[in-house]
Design a protein around this ligand. Sequence first.
Ligand SMILES: Nc1ncnc2c1ncn2[C@@H]1O[C@H](COP(=O)(O)OP(=O)(O)OP(=O)(O)O)[C@@H](O)[C@H]1O
Ligand SMILES: [Mg+2]
Length: 238
Amino acid sequence: MATPILSVESVEAGYGEVRVLHGVSLHIAAGGITALLGSNGAGKTTLLRAIAGLLPASGGRVAYRGTSLHGVPASARVDQGIVLVPEGRLIFGDFTVEENLLAGAFCARARSRRAETLEEMYARFPMLRQRRRQMGGTLSGGQQQILAIARGLMSRPALLLLDEPSLGLAPMMVAELFAVVRDIRDAGITVLIVEQNVRATLELADDGFVLETGRITLRGSASALLGDDAVRQAYLGL
Ligand SMILES: Nc1ncnc2c1ncn2[C@@H]1O[C@H](COP(=O)(O)OP(=O)(O)OP(=O)(O)O)[C@@H](O)[C@H]1O
Ligand SMILES: [Mg+2]
């Protein structure tokens, strides 16, 4: 493959004495959607946090476009184009929709273009324009998730990390959310998505990885994973 946009090489990470990731390696080519699958507690969120720089790796290497991110703080990673939309959304409930969006454009690279990017977000998500003066906390769960993703896009990412975006959403909102993820990929942004909604995710994704208790146990094209017996048994209930 050409230089991957993201390389994770033998990464170890955890919390205090507890090691969660045991030598995780994966490479992601620019431009596609990669699914990261795994059971509860497998370490998916931990891996995304290590990539985003919110948790230090105690071993191994994370490289972005071929350059090590060792010692690069989370805010500088955002500036380089790596943006995490965290599990649980974490929007600001007492800020308006617009204030939430503008808060996403904090890095230097995005700040100078934030009026333009805000307009792009309103064009892409008319619901957010309609509700621009509404407090974030008054939105429905699905609307909050769209807001969280749009806030991430305000940083003009090249690599978007999505942690369980469909969690707790009504089925109709889930379909809408997956359409949003597809549009983001089609706009040229590389997506790494963690999801429990395995079938829909593999139908959307280009490639995928399975993480089990801190180790990658399977990798392949999304269509191959969708047909894999172990994936079907563990994640699709077949
Ligand atoms: N802040 C923390 N302090 C201590 N241990 C933690 C912390 N966060 C997560 N862990 C532990 O690390 C392990 C991996 O957690 P992680 O959140 O990465 O899993 P996950 O794959 O994202 O799971 P889920 O599907 O439930 O979101 C779990 O055993 C969890 O209990
Ligand atoms: Mg998680």
